[in-house]
Design a protein around this ligand. Sequence first.
Ligand SMILES: Cc1cc2nc3c(=O)[nH]c(=O)nc-3n(C[C@H](O)[C@H](O)[C@H](O)COP(=O)(O)OP(=O)(O)OC[C@H]3O[C@@H](n4cnc5c(N)ncnc54)[C@H](O)[C@@H]3O)c2cc1C
Length: 432
Amino acid sequence: MKVLIIGAGTGGLALAHLLKQAGVGIAVYERDLAPNANTGGYRVGISPAGSRALKACIPGELYDLYVATCARSPRYFNMLTEQLGEVLSFDIDDAGPNALDGERNVIRKTLRRVLLRGLEDDVFFGKALQSYTTNDDGSVTACFQDGSLATGDVLVGADGTSSTVRRQRLPDARLEDTGMVSLGGKIPITVETKALLSDKMFQGMSLIMAPMGFGAIIHSLEFTETRSDPGFAARWPDFVEALDEDSIGWGIWGARQNFPRDPSGLSGEQLRELGLEITRDWHPHLRALIRATEPSTIHDVKMRTSVPLKPWTSSNVTLLGDAVHTMTPGRGAGANTALRDAALLGRMLVEAEQGRRPIIEAIHAYEVEMLRYSAEAVQESKRQMDASDLAHRPVVGRVQLAVTRGAMRTINAIPALKRRAFRQMMRVRGEN
Ligand SMILES: Cc1cc2nc3c(=O)[nH]c(=O)nc-3n(C[C@H](O)[C@H](O)[C@H](O)COP(=O)(O)OP(=O)(O)OC[C@H]3O[C@@H](n4cnc5c(N)ncnc54)[C@H](O)[C@@H]3O)c2cc1C
C-alpha cells in the first residue's frame, strides 16, 4: 500500500512515522518551500493523551528528542481574575524527564523539526496540492500546483484549516467565524519580567477571566536546563540551537464587538496599544508585560471553528486534524486531537496493510471514531470562545462572571470536586 499524505504538519508527520515504521509506503507533500519555513513560533500545549498518541506514532529515540525539546513542564493550571486573584488552581503532576504522562509545552516549529527527523527522504517541500483524481483501478492521483503528479492507494488530507483536500472531498463542510478575536506576544524571561509573575504563575499556566468576556493566558517557557545539559548536546548536537529562548507568552481574547478595534491587519505596535487599551483596568503587572513586549512578536490569531459534520460514505481519500475539525484554542485540543487522529488512522491502515481488513473498512472505522471524539472537542472549544455567549454582554455578563467565579472558588476548596473538574477538562483533550 502507498499512502500519500498532504501536509507536513503535526498530524501528517506523526502519521507518516507510524506508517513508515510498519513498512507501509508513504510520501508527504508540503506546501512550504523548505523545512524551516515560518511555521509559527507559538507554543502548543500537549496533554498526556497527546503525548501518548505521539509516542504510539514515532520511534522511541524520536520520542526522547520530543520530550527533551519541550519546555519545563508546567506545575500548575491557574484560573485568575484580571487583578490576579486566584479563583481555582490545579496542581499538574510533574512530567519528569522521561515520564509519559504530564502536560508539556512545545514550540510548534521545534516540534515540526523533531518530526521531520527520519523522514528526510519522504517529505517533499514546495508541493502545494491543487486537486486529486480517483482512477479506474482504485488508486488516487494528487495534482500539485507545479504541474507534477503522484499516485497512491490512499490519500490523507492533513493540510490544516484551509484544507484543499476537504474542499474537494467534503464540499459541504464549512468553517464558521466565532466572532472572537485575539492577539498575543512573547517576551524574554529576565529578572525584571519574572518578577511580574507570582511563583505559581511562573511555574504554571494561567487563564485570566475578566469582565465583558475578555480572557487571557500567561505561560512561561524555559529551556535553560536542557540548553546547559551536556547529555542533550552530546546526543542531539544539531538541536541545541533549535531550542527557543526562554520566554513568557501572553494572549488576550474577546468578542469582536467589545474590542475597541478589529486586530486583523494591525501592526505589532498597534496590537500592543490595543492590548494596553483592553487591559486598562487590569493588574499593572499584566500591563507591564504587554508594554515591554517587542512588537515584532505580537500577532493576532483568527478564531474559526468547524461546523459539525454528518457522516459520509468512506473512500480511499480521508482527512485528519484541523483539515476535518478546526477548533478554537479554547481547550488547547487542536494538536492533541490531530495526534489522536494520526495514531488511530495509522493503526487502521496498518491493519489493512496486514490484510486484517479491507482498506475502505479500515478508513471507515477511523472516520466513525474520529467524528465522535472530535465533535465533542470542537463543541467544547467553541463553548469557551463564542461571541454570542452571555459572558460578553455588559450587565448579564458581569452577573455570569460573578457566578462562575463563585462556583470555581467552591470547587477550589473541595478536593473531590476539584479532581472531577480537572478530569472533565482533560477529557476534552483526549483523556479517558
Ligand atoms: C496560537 C495557537 C495556539 C495553539 N495552541 C494549541 C494548544 O495549546 N494545544 C493544542 O492542542 N492545539 C493548539 N493549537 C492548534 C494546533 O496548532 C493545530 O490544531 C494543529 O497544528 C493541527 O495540526 P494539523 O496537522 O491538523 O495541521 P497543521 O499543523 O496546521 O499542518 C497542516 C500542514 O499542511 C500544509 N498545507 C496546507 N495546505 C496545503 C496544500 N494545499 N498542499 C500541501 N500542503 C499544505 C501546511 O503548510 C501545514 O504544514 C494552537 C493554534 C494556534 C494558532
